[in-house]
Design a protein around this ligand. Structure first.
Ligand code: ZN
Length: 250
């Protein structure tokens, strides 16, 4: 069938127009593939929440640190909570803040990519005021509900970076958080660990990295025993057995 003349002209004009413009892919376009955008998408959602202590002396000092180029390189967090419970948001939830640094949690090798970072104004030695924790719990409720983050997926900075970090430290009230339904905590009536129980496998299943076992045990003790020793005892095994049941849903 012969094409009508106007169609031939239209075709020629289109070919000319296409060859005239050198196609420069936008940053989101991979030149290795044809760009065929779909409207059916949204911002990615984080799947983990990291609790930090600022280890500084005031909200004002931390707002400065978290929003500037500082001597150790730029850092940030999505949220900062003052000792009075006042909440500040510094980075949008769907963006990648720079709070985690290196480390590994389970199979997650880039924690910044998949997490929300919450800094608590605390000098690293003092108690966390009840009002500050109440304020954190309100924020956790909002984040888990709105972003579909599993309520068990709340970790300490030190949990996934045990060789570099100690925060939020031994004074952070993980039990209080668990009573509000966030994070994991051993059942009070959990039985002793079964014979042959492997604590290293348990730590690995929960998410802890095992590259430096003594550092990992210190991180585990900070969170679940409020101490900083690096030798496991029978009570640790009982706790670990209970935690594994919770984190693996068994
Ligand atoms: Zn931290």
């Amino acid at each position: 069938m012969r094409k009508p003349v106007f169609l031939k002209v239209l075709l020629a004009m289109t070919v000319l127009a296409l060859s005239a413009c050198t196609h420069v892919p936008k940053p989101e376009q991979n030149p290795l593939a044809h760009w065929a955008p779909s409207p059916n998408h949204e911002a990615r959602r984080p799947i983990l929440i990291v609790i930090h202590a600022t280890e500084q002396n005031s909200v004002a000092e931390s707002l400065e640190t978290l929003r500037t180029e500082n001597s150790g390189g730029p850092v940030s967090a999505h949220y900062l909570i003052g000792r009075d419970g006042e909440r500040y948001q510094l980075v949008a939830d769907e963006l990648r803040a720079w709070h985690a640094g290196g480390g590994r949690w389970g199979t997650i090798t880039d924690v910044n990519n998949v997490s929300i970072g919450i800094e608590l104004d605390n000098d690293g030695r003092s108690e966390f005021p009840a009002g500050q924790i109440d304020s954190l719990i309100v924020l956790l409720e909002d984040l888990c509900e709105r972003l579909y983050i599993p309520r068990t997926q709340i970790v300490a900075h030190a949990d996934f970076a045990p060789t570099r970090k100690q925060d939020p430290g031994t004074r952070f009230p993980w039990k209080r958080l668990a009573e509000a339904g966030f994070g994991i905590w051993p059942a009070a009536d959990a039985p002793p660990a079964p014979a042959g129980f492997d604590p290293w496998n348990a730590l690995r299943l929960i998410g802890y990295p095992l590259t430096d076992r003594a550092a990992t045990v210190r991180a585990f003790h900070r969170r679940f025993r409020g101490t900083e020793t690096d030798v496991l005892d029978d009570e640790d095994l009982r706790i670990l057995a209970s935690l594994v049941r919770q984190s693996t849903g068994e």
